[in-house]
Design a binder for this molecule. Structure first.
Ligand SMILES: [Zn+2]
Length: 290
């Protein structure tokens, strides 16, 4: 049943959204997604088969893409009349929960909405604190998480939120730190859930999470194939001065004999000597170097 749904949904949504719907169907969480208007009927048919309830936002929305994040969108606006747009859809195991989620979101009750979405308390209060102090730069709380992390910090791949920008993430929220144990156990639960449905699908997520994360204020975020252990290569205080974000071994590799390429999913791939075909670098989503 879940496997059939997974196959159907994979034709409509990116993996993070497919995971969200499956988790909502399994009563693991409430989810909020964007569904393009042309996909609504297909979505509804699959949602009915899964037995989930859903409620749409009143008006269609248009995502505002951020060129510094591989065209990831952190914000949205209401669609003009001539635009088709996408509906926000709140998905839950019961209609009451879906309606409640929409109500909390629309009334900007961030903490309560976060609780309904299954976000740990520490991560919710981190977000709400940043919001209250107006410290969310680039409309993205993860920037602060990176700022607070130490240069070269080792962290568990499960908390690599960089995967979220590329649509293949086990995380549904920004963790309060790269060491948050509550977020870590959430991800662990999610991963076990996916493994129980389809191992290759679960492995796809792990593969994204295990990529190295690059972040620069000017160049945006990138995921780079790099052998674990994963490291954080984003000392923003350096990035602010020199716009250099890769450090240590990875930096040496990038400026040395390796080439950087991209795939169609905006994933930056590092090709070693004589690697497969290369594609042109683009500064819209690649980090910039000295
Ligand atoms: Zn946390």
């Amino acid at each position: 049943m879940m496997l059939d749904a997974l196959k159907g949904l994979s034709g409509l949504f990116e993996p993070t959204s497919v995971r969200e719907i499956l988790e909502a169907a399994a009563c693991r969480k409430v989810s909020r997604l964007m569904v393009e208007q042309r996909k609504l009927l297909q979505f509804e048919s699959l949602a009915r088969k899964l037995g989930v309830s859903w409620v749409y936002s009143e008006k269609p929305m248009v995502p505002i893409f951020d060129p510094n994040k591989g065209n990831h969108s952190s914000t949205m606006r209401v669609a003009d009349e001539c635009e088709s747009g996408s509906f926000l859809v709140y998905i839950a195991s019961t209609a009451a929960e879906a309606k409640q989620a929409r109500l909390l979101d629309e009334s900007s009750r961030s903490d309560e909405f976060g609780r309904v979405l299954g976000i740990p308390e520490c991560c919710r209060s981190f977000y709400c604190g940043l919001k209250a102090r107006k410290e969310i730069r680039y409309r993205d709380p993860f920037v602060k998480v990176l700022e607070l992390a130490e240069d070269g910090l080792m962290f568990d791949y499960r908390l690599n939120f960089g995967s979220f920008y590329f649509g293949v993430s086990l995380l549904s929220f920004v963790p309060c730190s790269l060491r948050c144990s509550a977020a870590h156990s959430k991800v662990e639960g999610t991963l076990n859930f996916l493994v129980g449905i389809d191992r290759p699908f679960a492995d796809l997520f792990v593969g994204y999470h295990k990529k190295s994360l690059l972040f620069s204020e000017a160049g945006g975020v990138a995921l780079v194939d790099f052998e674990p252990p994963i490291r954080l290569h984003s000392p923003l205080r350096v990035a602010l001065e020199h716009d250099v974000i890769a450090t240590g071994k990875l930096r040496d590799l990038l400026v040395g004999t390796c080439e950087i390429g991209m795939t169609s999913k905006n994933v930056v791939v590092l090709y070693r000597d004589g690697g497969a075909e290369r594609e042109t670098m683009s500064s819209t989503y690649l980090c910039l170097f000295e």
